[in-house]
Write a protein that binds this ligand. Structure first.
Ligand SMILES: Nc1ncnc2c1ncn2[C@@H]1O[C@H](COP(=O)(O)OP(=O)(O)OP(=O)(O)O)[C@@H](O)[C@H]1O
Ligand SMILES: [Mg+2]
Length: 445
């Protein structure tokens, strides 16, 4: 269905009425379809994306209000307008109680019907928007920043710009805290679907037995505990992006069905035979090595190849330390509570540069946030950094610089020989003159 238009379904067994309504309600923002009976209507509701249904109370194949109930159960955001004859007041009232939006009597006041349809459409939009927002995250509309000037980050920025407008699924990989969420948000924000909120689900939070139902929805009574029918995430994500985080945790049994949804654009609710159509852009993220998981039989191979067709790998922070100065600046500004500008002393900066950041950017963000609190007069010194970090930086320095290794070694030997420089030089296999030069260089008294 054309995304610029909204869908109306007219359900009436009389062809003349279907024709009349189709003709009279037509305008450029509406796409109008018609069904002759309840069975056809239900099938169409599942296959198209309607906002408004206008239906006759007296249909040949379904009892009174059953169709209304089944439509609302099937697609909760749809608003239903009932067509009633004389003497149907009681049943019309009953219909309203069951969730019908309004009713209109025959013969029609077409202007009034037009107005009711418009209002019903507004309400359908609103309830769908609310449902989507409930499944998206609060940061949805904030502008996200992806800071960095390393080649790796520039390559990723290029990939994001290229892939955002395309519809293909993207797999984002990288260690924890490396920026996978940021990349997913950027892709969504730069895609043609950006007007709708991105639907986000962390697969690690899915209960194994309920995962299928959470994704695809279920019908009433389809399993023990399914007291009501329910929409799944795919339905909320229609015309938007579905971001499945930690996809490595998605139960194996559900992966094949999701692969089918990716390939055909259709899915089935648990307990339902009919397929439903959706238009979704899929994003996936994981910090697992999925190829290994496939090897071990823990991840569906075909599904892996499908989602891995376009992947973006974000390198860890220690592999792109050249991004640190920019990131530090960025967080110092972004996290500054009162626009104070902070200065970071050289020694603190070298700790930051030599630390290996196992928690990646998330850890850096936390460290900067903490250092801002501990800063004095806007100056961030080593004292404002976590102690383990400073110690590990010293440790790394000691291990890594040849000079400091040499200095430690000379100090040890001097100590061993009771300060005797001649013996120390001999043990080291160097001349006394060279030793004096080194003592001088390392400021050893
Ligand atoms: N390049 C970047 N520029 C600015 N902020 C970033 C960047 N990368 C990550 N961040 C910030 O770092 C934090 C962690 O990033 P994010 O949540 O995207 O990591 P992740 O890879 O999804 O981690 P996890 O695997 O734990 O879910 C967030 O606050 C995010 O805004
Ligand atoms: Mg994440």
């Amino acid at each position: 269905m054309d995304r610029e238009k909204y869908g109306i379904l007219i359900v009436d067994d009389e062809e003349s009425i279907r024709r009349l309504l189709q003709k009279e309600l037509a305008n450029s923002r509406r796409e109008i379809h018609a069904a002759a009976d309840g069975a056809e209507a239900l099938a169409m509701v599942r296959n198209h994306w309607f906002e408004v249904v206008i239906m006759d109370l007296w249909l040949p194949d379904v009892s009174d209000l059953e169709l209304l109930i089944r439509i609302r159960e099937s697609i909760p955001h749809i608003e239903v307008i009932m067509i009633t004859g004389h003497g149907d007041v009681d049943i019309a009232v009953e219909a309203m109680k069951l969730g019908a939006y309004d009713f209109i009597r025959k013969p029609f006041d077409l202007d009034r019907l037009d107005l009711i349809v418009e209002k019903a459409h507004q309400r359908a939009l609103l309830s769908r928007e609310n449902a989507m927002l409930r499944h998206s995250t609060s940061q949805g509309k904030d502008q996200v920043r992806f800071i960095g000037n390393s080649q790796a980050i520039r390559d990723i920025q290029f990939l994001i710009d290229k892939v955002a407008p395309a519809r293909i699924p993207v797999l984002i990989t990288g260690e924890s805290g490396v920026g996978k969420d940021v990349v997913a948000r950027l892709i969504h924000q730069r895609s043609p679907l950006a007007a709708n909120p991105m639907i986000v689900k962390n697969c690690a939070t899915l209960q194994k037995e309920l995962a299928r139902s959470e994704l695809f929805g279920h019908t009433k009574g389809s399993f023990t505990g399914a007291d009501e029918s329910r929409e799944g995430l795919l339905s909320f994500a229609h015309d938007s992006t579905l971001f499945l985080d930690e996809i490595g945790e998605l139960p194996l049994e559900v992966q094949a069905s999701l692969l089918r949804a990716l390939e055909t654009g259709t899915y089935r609710r648990v307990g339902e035979k009919e397929e439903r159509k959706v238009n979704i852009r899929y994003l996936f993220a994981t910090n697992r090595h999925l190829a290994d998981e496939v090897e071990k039989g823990r991840f569906n191979e075909a599904f892996f190849h499908r989602i891995n067709a376009f992947s973006i790998e974000i390198p860890s922070l220690k592999q792109r330390k050249e991004d640190l100065p920019l990131l530090v600046d960025y967080f110092l500004t972004a996290l500054s509570p009162d626009n104070t500008s902070y200065r970071i002393v050289d020694r603190a900066m070298s700790c930051i540069l030599s630390y290996n950041w196992p928690g990646n950017i998330r850890e850096l963000r936390n460290v900067i946030e903490r250092s801002i609190i501990l800063a004095e007069n806007g100056i961030i010194s080593e004292r404002c950094l976590p102690r383990e970090m400073v110690e590990s930086a010293e440790h790394t320095e000691a291990v890594l610089t040849l000079e400091s290794v040499e200095k430690q070694h000379i100090l040890k030997l001097l100590d061993f020989h009771g300060g005797n420089r001649q013996k120390t030089a001999e043990t080291l296999g160097i001349s006394r003159k060279t030793l004096y030069r080194k003592l001088n260089q390392y400021a050893i008294e």
